[in-house]
Structures are given as structure tokens and as C-alpha cells.
Design a protein around this ligand. Structure first.
Ligand code: SF4
Ligand code: SF4
Length: 601
């Protein structure tokens, strides 16, 4: 075995071992829930009920997170049931109010009847009175011609109150999710908590070292020039079983991060020391995500740098995405948190940054003084001026291939899978419908949020604005951008999200297609139809087809990565920013002029 093969083997071995250790760690803690831990979460009535319901769990040692989380969930359910029983409005209450409203043949409603049905005034009753009055205030002194009419309105109010009571007085789904995570993390005890640095090194550290050894062994002392040797024989890169397993692991990781973070608290514990170092606080699962995301871009960025050596543009572009991820997406927000400022990623642009106009974000920015106002100004300027102007001069590549975090991950971690993008016409059609559909959805979502914020009305055209917001967050931000967007790298290529789902890419694409100086020019006479360009286009563009026809490429989807030009053996393709004239050129059938000369002889 030569040294190169040996080093590659060591790299794969270290990476695999670290992966196995990482998964083993997930179940290796003990969990002890104490009163003190619960007290830190809150002291309102619902926490008091929770504490009394959790009495069977308190100080008990759980050696498996599954049973601990199962008991936690049961305790939240029981607490919510008690709250529902205490605060919900009963059928008897409604019947009594109807009886009190009777005036001869008709029924006249008054909120004063609500006080009459609840003579004793403890805290629970006061809340019931207030909510019932709030929900029925609009009916004050209304004359109902029949009992059924009044009953219908009161039953509607009763249903709404009883459905919302958990969100007002109990634990809503989002709060339960947050609490399950933080209670599990704080209840963790054992060797992981005590030796976080060591385990971080033995897991994430060794994975990085293994990856770097493999990359250096592959490209070390290679002559400059892009080599994609054996790509289609590789089980990892060409939908072999290793690629499929990798896809399942990546997808599973995203499902856990987004929906079940309480099961990965042992991983989050590993990065607690890093979080304390950067922002002075404990790590959340989002800190873990940002940390791993950044490391993935850095390690795979080094691989990309080595692979594309000799091609200056690709090397600089790789350094650029590494720089923006490390500095702008990871370090600056963490430093801002430590200074008690909003942790903003200055390169994230709406509508990709879909919650920029959400109430909580605007409130936070406006209450952060001049700095918050500056962020607001910066964000809006980027949307209105930055995106169209820069895209006019440079095409969407300035963002998608040089700055964006999603693009950065696609160009580095996703590079080995770029050829898996679907080049068919069907995929192109789906792409156009889907990506512009998401853009419309993003605009509607933001419009609905702003409408509620300004008018105070929670429904737009009969649809609850909260419902639109939740659907966008779940379908687009979590499932599409995360689970499918990255989880499917080894199955569908590296730009699934950028191509089919990113609303910002759609916006940039519209500008690039219709009002930009960017194009890829093709010197078709030189094309030997080898197909390298189409194969390695991560956006699924059939570049060769344009090259064969000598036609400029001005596709909205093109992220200007330049890989098509880099892998072309004949120098056919050139990414250019020139005057707009001649941008939309007709296809030239190369060689026709010669045949026509032959014909005329
Ligand atoms: S056409 Fe070329 S520059 Fe555009 S996305 Fe495809 S490979 Fe990248
Ligand atoms: S890589 Fe170059 S030579 Fe090969 S098909 Fe594409 S444009 Fe033609």
C-alpha cells in the first residue's frame, strides 16, 4: 500500500470512528430532574402545576434519555389537562347565560351576566370572566330573536376560548419543545458534562482531522488541474449504498435539529465550552448547528481549495465563502450576543432571511437603539438597492457563489455531489414553478405578518396570519431548506434548495434573466461535445446544448459558480459582465455556414 492510500485509509478510519463515537454518545448520560431546575424556568401558576405533576420524576435517576423525555412529555400533557379543566368554559355556564339573557320572546346579551354566573372571585374565575367578556364584548346589548341565535354565538366563543386556553395559560407546543430541550440538557449528568472538551475532540475534532487527512492525501503533490477521476465509480458520489446511507444520516440530523432537539442534548453539551468562550452563555441546538455548519464549510473548503488549485477564481471564491461563513454568519453574531446586541448576520437578506420583518425581530431591533435601527436600514437597503444593483452589474453569482451560507455549504460540502443534479427538461419546468411559487409564498407570508402587526387583525382574506407563518416556517424553512436542502445532497446534488426552493435565488434570478450584464458566452466552434460542463453544473443547466449552438447562457438559475468553464477542456465558456447589447443572441448552428458554402460550389 503506497503512502497516499495509507493516508486516505487513516482519514476514512478516523472519520468513521468519530461518527460511531458521536452516535454512541447520544444515550450516554444520566438524567436527574430537580426542583431547582424547574424553578429556573419560571414561577407562574403553570410551573407550579407542572412541579406538582412532576413529583414522580423529581430526583429520580434516568439512565436513558428516551424514558426521561417520555415522562417529561407525559407531565406536560397532564399539566395542560389540569389547566384545560380549570379554565375552560363549560356548557352549563353557557346555558345559564342564555337563561339570564331571556327577555320575553327575545334574548338580549349583556357581559354583566358573566359576573352573575361566577359569584366567587378567585384567580382562576377572574381569568374565566375576563376571557369570556373579551370574546363576547362585541355582543353587548345585542338583541337576538331566538335562543338558537344567541346559543350559536356563545358556543363559538366557548370553542375559541377552550381551544386557545392552553396557549394563554398552559404550555403551547413551541414552549413544550423548548422546555423539553432545556430541561433534558440541564438534567444531564455524567462523563460527557464533565469532559466536554475531550469528547468534542474525540468526535467533531477527529471527524475534521480525518476529513483533512483524506483531502490532503487525495490532492497532495497532484499537478494543478481539476480531476474528477472515478466519480461515477464511487459509491459515495454516485448513489451507491454509502451515498444513500450518508443521505439518511444527513436527513436524520436535520430532522433531529429542527424537530426533536431534546434527543441530541449530549451533542449540544459538547459545544457548551465553545459557546461560553464566544458569547458567555450555554449552547443551544442552534449554536451546535452553526458550529458544525461552519466547520463543514471550512474543512470541505480546504478540500475544494486543494482540488481546484491552479484555477485562481475557484480558489478565491472558496476563500470567500469560508470567510463569510466564519466571520459574518458565525463569529460576528456570537460576539454581538455577548455584547447584548441582536446577533445579526449582515449578509443574510430577506426573503431568505424570512423572519426579518416578524414582530419579535422588529421589536428587538427597535429596542436596541441606534444599532438596531442601523440593522433595519441595512437589511432594507440590501433588499431594495443592494440585490438589484449588484445583480445588474455582476449577475447573481456575487451572492449565490461568493457570499451566501447555503451556497457556501453547497460549494464545499456539496462539491462531491454537484454532478447529481437533474438536467432534464422536466426538472427545469418543476424548478421554475417551484422556486417562483416559494417566492410568492414568502412575499405573502411577510405581507400577512406586517398586516397583522399594523392592523392588529389576525386574519387576512379569511386565513389566520399565524397559520400562514407557521406553515411557511415548517414547510419552507425547516423541511425544504434544511431536511431536503442539505439532507438530499448525496441523492439529488448540492443545490436542491438553491435551485428549487430559495426565494432569494428566485428574486436574484429574475433580475439576472431580464436586467443584468452577466452572461456565459460560448465559443461554440471549439466545443467537442464532451459534456463535462453539463455534467458538473450543479444547477442542472444543459450547458453543452448552449455551447453546441454558440448561444449565450443567460439562465435565471445560473449561480455563476464557473465550474462549467473550469472543467471545459477546450476553453469554450467564459463568464462575462459586458454591456447588455447582444446578450440575448440567437442560436447559431455551428458549421452550417461551411455546409452552405459547400452546397453552393
Ligand atoms: S451554468 Fe456554469 S456557472 Fe452557471 S451554475 Fe452551471 S456550472 Fe455554474
Ligand atoms: S465542456 Fe466544453 S467542450 Fe465539453 S461540451 Fe461543454 S463546452 Fe463543449
Amino acid at each position: 500500500m503506497n503512502i497516499r492510500k495509507l493516508l486516505k485509509f487513516i482519514g476514512v478510519f478516523l472519520f468513521t470512528m468519530a461518527l460511531v463515537v458521536s452516535f454512541s454518545l447520544l444515550t450516554m448520560s444520566d438524567y436527574i430532574l430537580t426542583k431547582e431546575i424547574i424553578n429556573q424556568k419560571g414561577d407562574t401558576k403553570k410551573f407550579e402545576i407542572f412541579k406538582s405533576e412532576a413529583v414522580g420524576m423529581l430526583d429520580k435517576v434516568y439512565d436513558w434519555n428516551f424514558t426521561f423525555i417520555k415522562d417529561l412529555k407525559k407531565t406536560f400533557d397532564q399539566t395542560n389537562q389540569i389547566i384545560r379543566d380549570q379554565y375552560s368554559i363549560s356548557d352549563i355556564t353557557i346555558e345559564t347565560i342564555i337563561d339570564l339573557s331571556r327577555q320575553g320572546e327575545s334574548y338580549v346579551y349583556s357581559t354583566s351576566y358573566v359576573d352573575k354566573v361566577f359569584p366567587s372571585k378567585d384567580k382562576t374565575t377572574e381569568i374565566k370572566i375576563k376571557t369570556l367578556k373579551d370574546y363576547t364584548g362585541w355582543m353587548e346589548e345585542t338583541d337576538f330573536s331566538s335562543k338558537e341565535e344567541l346559543q350559536k354565538q356563545l358556543t363559538n366563543a366557548q370553542t375559541n376560548i377552550n381551544n386557545n386556553i392552553i396557549y394563554q395559560e398552559g404550555f403551547g407546543n413551541y414552549e413544550i419543545k423548548q422546555l423539553k430541550f432545556s430541561l433534558t440538557k440541564q438534567a444531564s449528568q455524567g462523563f460527557i458534562v464533565d469532559n466536554s472538551w475531550l469528547w468534542l475532540l474525540l468526535t467533531v475534532g477527529l471527524m475534521c482531522i480525518g476529513g483533512l487527512i483524506y483531502a490532503f492525501a487525495t490532492y497532495w503533490r497532484e499537478v494543478p488541474g481539476i480531476k474528477n477521476n472515478s466519480t461515477f465509480f464511487s459509491s459515495v458520489k454516485s448513489l451507491g449504498w454509502i451515498g444513500i446511507v450518508l443521505g439518511i444520516i444527513l436527513t436524520g440530523f436535520y430532522v433531529l435539529i429542527y424537530f426533536y432537539p431534546e434527543y441530541i442534548t449530549n451533542w449540544v453539551l459538547l459545544v457548551d465550552p465553545v459557546s461560553r468562550l464566544l458569547n458567555g452563555g450555554e449552547a443551544s441546538h442552534w449554536f451546535l448547528y452553526g458550529f458544525i455548519y461552519t466547520l463543514a464549510i471550512l474543512v470541505m473548503g480546504i478540500r475544494m481549495y486543494l482540488k481546484y488549485k491552479g484555477n485562481n477564481i475557484q480558489m478565491i471564491r472558496t476563500v470567500s465563502v469560508m470567510f463569510f461563513q466564519l466571520g459574518f454568519a458565525f463569529l460576528i453574531p456570537e460576539i454581538l450576543y455577548s455584547l447584548n446586541k441582536p446577533g445579526y448576520d449582515f449578509k443574510n437578506i430577506w426573503p431568505l432571511d424570512y423572519d426579518f420583518f416578524y414582530g419579535y425581530n422588529l421589536n428587538q431591533l427597535m429596542s436596541s437603539g441606534a444599532f438596531g435601527w442601523f440593522i433595519l436600514f441595512w437589511g432594507i437597503t440590501l433588499i431594495i438597492i443592494g440585490v438589484p444593483v449588484l445583480t445588474f452589474f455582476l449577475g447573481k453569482r456575487w451572492y449565490c457563489s461568493w457570499v451566501c451560507g447555503c451556497g457556501g455549504l453547497a460549494e464545499t460540502l456539496g462539491d462531491p455531489f454537484r454532478h447529481l443534479s437533474d438536467k432534464s427538461m422536466k426538472a427545469w419546468k418543476i424548478e421554475r414553478w417551484l422556486v417562483h411559487g416559494v417566492l410568492v409564498f414568502a412575499v405573502l407570508n411577510t405581507a400577512a405578518v406586517l398586516y397583522t402587526l399594523i392592523s392588529g387583525n389576525g386574519s387576512l382574506l379569511g386565513i389566520g396570519t399565524e397559520q400562514i407563518k407557521t406553515s411557511y416556517g415548517f414547510l419552507i424553512s425547516s423541511i425544504f431548506a434544511g431536511v431536503i436542502g442539505v439532507g438530499f445532497y448525496p441523492l439529488m446534488g448540492s443545490r436542491v434548495w438553491c435551485r428549487f426552493g430559495c426565494p432569494l435565488a428566485a428574486y436574484l434570478g429574475i433580475v439576472q434573466r431580464f436586467k443584468s450584464r452577466f452572461r456565459i458566452t460560448t465559443n461554440g466552434g471549439q466545443c467537442i461535445s464532451c459534456g463535462n460542463c453539463s455534467t458538473y453544473c450543479e444547477m442542472g443547466i444543459d450547458v453543452r446544448m448552449y455551447a453546441q449552438r454558440g448561444q449565450n447562457i443567460i439562465r435565471a438559475a445560473c449561480v455563476g459558480c464557473g465550474i462549467c468553464a473550469a472543467v471545459c477542456p477546450r476553453g469554450v465558456l467564459k463568464l462575462e459582465n459586458k454591456k447588455e447589447e447582444g446578450r440575448f443572441n440567437e442560436p447559431k448552428l455551428i458549421g452550417n455556414e461551411i455546409y452552405s458554402q459547400v452546397d453552393s460550389i
